[in-house]
Design a protein. Structure first.
Length: 57
């Protein structure tokens, strides 16, 4: 069930959210102060693309 939910989520909105987080992470990594925020944005990009069955730590 998680796999079906992830596929539906990815097709409908996960792809665009993931691209948005990746772009935000790249922009944040331009400055030294923004690098930690950029790294977290990259982690969130992976999470929002396939959210079902994952936990945040």
């Amino acid at each position: 069930m998680k796999t079906i939910g992830n596929i539906i989520w990815f097709v409908l909105s996960g792809l665009w959210l993931g691209i948005s987080y990746l772009l935000a992470g790249l922009i944040a990594c331009v400055t030294i102060i923004g690098i930690p925020f950029g790294i977290q944005a990259f982690k969130m990009a992976c999470y929002v693309m396939w959210p079902f069955g994952r936990t945040l730590h």
